[in-house]
Design a protein around this ligand. Structure first.
Ligand code: BG6
Ligand code: MG
Length: 237
């Protein structure tokens, strides 16, 4: 593996990894929760990261001990999304998180394939507003999947679209559900954010500004070689 990175892929979650839209999701959900008379804090919001829009609403309703008919839930989710779309319509390329463009450039120079694996149905709009869409060979959004993280579907689809084996993919995620999804797909998981949320990650960083492609590749090679040794030893025993 050393010296050749041609068959490696990096798959990035979007919200919280490439752009800080988690803040806007929180503001829109908090507004909805307030209207429903449900107390909803930033700590509660952690549980919403990486999960789908309808599941997020379900978590908020459970916090308020509320049960609503499906049609009403759909209307509420649509309302929240309208506020959220209002926030993201103001995004510009300046909102790309620090270090992201340098990291993508550096990975691209090394021949690493790049993808986005997001639960968001707004992912394409956000990537366009940030002007980073062209870096990615595959973009999987909430429109392409039927199972939300921690199900591995989104990352498996990204790998298949790029024609890269799952074991050669590295996922970058800010949500515990995303780390679990990466592991269930058989991929290395880099946690972006606070260690407390991401204890299962193989490697941790505050953000892509805090990471180099070389460091990720070293972690990747270490795991790859360790697994290979275990397999070889198994064959010879
Ligand atoms: C994920 C976010 O990326 O997308 C979640 O982490 C969000 O918080 C989910 O609920 C769905 O987003 P959207 O834009 O389809 O409502
Ligand atoms: Mg995220």
């Amino acid at each position: 593996m050393t010296g050749t990175t041609k068959h490696i892929a990096f798959i990035f979650d979007l919200d919280g990894v490439l752009v800080d839209t988690a803040r806007y999701h929180f503001l829109a959900w908090q507004r909805l929760a307030q209207e429903l008379g449900i107390h909803f804090t930033e700590k509660d919001n952690e549980r919403l990261k990486g999960v789908s829009r309808m599941q997020s609403l379900q978590i908020i309703l459970e916090l308020g001990n509320r049960q609503l008919p499906q049609a009403e839930k759909e209307a509420l989710a649509t309302r929240k999304n309208e506020w959220y779309v209002g926030y993201i319509s103001r995004l510009t390329p300046n909102d790309v998180l620090p270090g992201v463009v340098d990291f993508l450039e550096s990975a691209r120079e090394k021949g690493i394939r790049l993808a986005v694996g997001s639960a968001s149905k707004n992912a394409m709009t956000i990537l366009e507003r940030l002007a980073i869409k062209n870096y990615f060979a595959a973009i999987i959004t909430g429109h392409d999947t039927t199972h939300a993280k921690p199900d591995p579907e989104v990352f498996e689809l990204a790998a298949a679209r790029m024609q890269v084996a799952a074991k050669h993919c590295v996922v970058f995620e800010d949500a515990a559900a995303g780390i679990e999804a990466a592991h269930r797909a058989g991929m290395l998981a880099v946690g972006i954010g606070r260690a407390a949320n991401l204890s299962q990650a193989d490697l941790l960083a505050d953000g892509l500004h805090d990471l180099t492609v070389e460091r990720v590749l070293t972690a990747f090679e270490k795991r790859f070689l360790t697994e290979k040794n275990i397999k070889d030893e198994g064959l010879h025993s």
